[in-house]
Design a protein around this ligand. Structure first.
Ligand code: PGA
Length: 319
């Protein structure tokens, strides 16, 4: 049988507090803090007799002695001190309510500018989805450019957040590595090298290399890796997008180093193969970065918190 639903009990403190009005309490607190009725009245822009009668009404409403006279001034009794701190605690609670309300207003309308390197276009819109749905009044501007263009945007301060693999070191940036970015060597599906079980970089250099345009972080990371292994493998052709590279590799124009994220789960379905090259995938990471010398807006902070919470949950081992 269902219990009859009981009305929630009134808050006991609120039940009794209305004996004192907020205006009286505010004046009372000012008198305690400033040490006199005259000073409190001036601070509150009230007439002195008004404050005096508020104190009297308050004391009689509560049935307490709140002050004793000392010389020409008033000194709070122990209970008066206690009441003053209760009033300040009420003020703190009110202030935190107002801050929460302002924060919610701040997320109701606004704009969030984000820059992202081209490779992140394969997953960044998905990552932004939950935030975008939760805060429909925040207009998100996502600029998708290559690494050097994103660095230039960060230098100018065009965006609040940027997603990239190789954050520049000449800017005061905070960074949060949020996702792995494995870089792999790809070949056309039917290529002879795709049938080999193990390859070294040196086995590849007779093949033409297709690279992203100068300014691409993917290209820079690949070049750094070649140099670190003493391999000279200059690009035969530069192409301006990951998709263009995939098409060109599929068409048999050469091999390339790309983020694994640019490929389908099964690269064979796209007519491509990931080559088993020693030292690959290059284990790199994407970072979200922002300038330390600028304050992040509320939408930007909220997005970071949202991503941190969601990616942490995802990264937690299952089972
Ligand atoms: P990009 O991306 O090659 O499009 O510049 C590099 C990166 O992942 O940071």
């Amino acid at each position: 049988m269902n219990e009859p639903k009981q009305a929630p009990a009134p808050h006991p403190g609120l039940e009794r507090a209305p004996r004192a009005s907020l205006v009286q309490l505010r004046s009372f607190e000012a008198v305690v803090r400033l040490g006199g009725v005259g000073r409190a009245a001036r601070a509150l822009h009230l007439a002195q007799p008004t404050v005096s009668s508020q104190l009297k009404e308050l004391a009689s409403a509560l049935g307490l002695v709140l002050f004793v006279s000392q010389g020409r001034g008033l000194v709070p009794t122990a209970l008066g001190e206690r009441l003053a701190s209760a009033v300040r605690a009420m003020g703190d609670a009110w202030q935190s309510f107002e801050e929460d309300a302002a924060a919610l207003q701040g997320l109701r309308r606004g704009r969030l500018r984000i820059a992202a390197v081209t490779t992140t276009e394969y997953f960044l819109p998905d990552l932004l989805g939950p935030f975008a749905r939760e805060y429909p009044g925040i207009e998100i501007e996502l600029a998708v450019e290559n690494r050097d263009a994103v660095v230039a945007r960060l230098e100018r301060g065009d965006d609040e957040l940027a997603a990239m693999m190789l954050p520049p070191t000449h800017l005061p940036l905070a960074r949060w590595p949020f996702l792995e970015n494995p870089l792999v060597v790809i070949a056309p599906g039917g290529h002879a090298l795709a049938r080999r079980r193990r390859l070294n970089l040196a086995d590849l250099i007779a093949e033409p290399l297709l690279a992203r345009e100068a300014g691409s972080g993917t290209r820079a990371a690949a070049e750094q890796a070649f140099a670190a292994r003493g391999i000279h493998w200059p690009p035969r052709m530069a192409l301006g997008s990951n998709e263009a590279i995939k098409h060109a590799v599929r068409a048999g124009l050469g091999l390339a180093v790309l983020s694994r994220h640019t490929l389908a789960k099964d690269p064979a379905s796209e007519g491509l193969a990931v080559l088993p090259v020693a030292g690959f995938p290059l284990r790199r990471q994407w970072h979200l970065v922002w300038r330390r010398d600028r304050a992040l807006s509320l939408p930007a902070r909220t997005l970071l918190d949202d991503l941190r919470a969601r990616l942490r949950v995802k990264a937690r081992p299952q089972g």
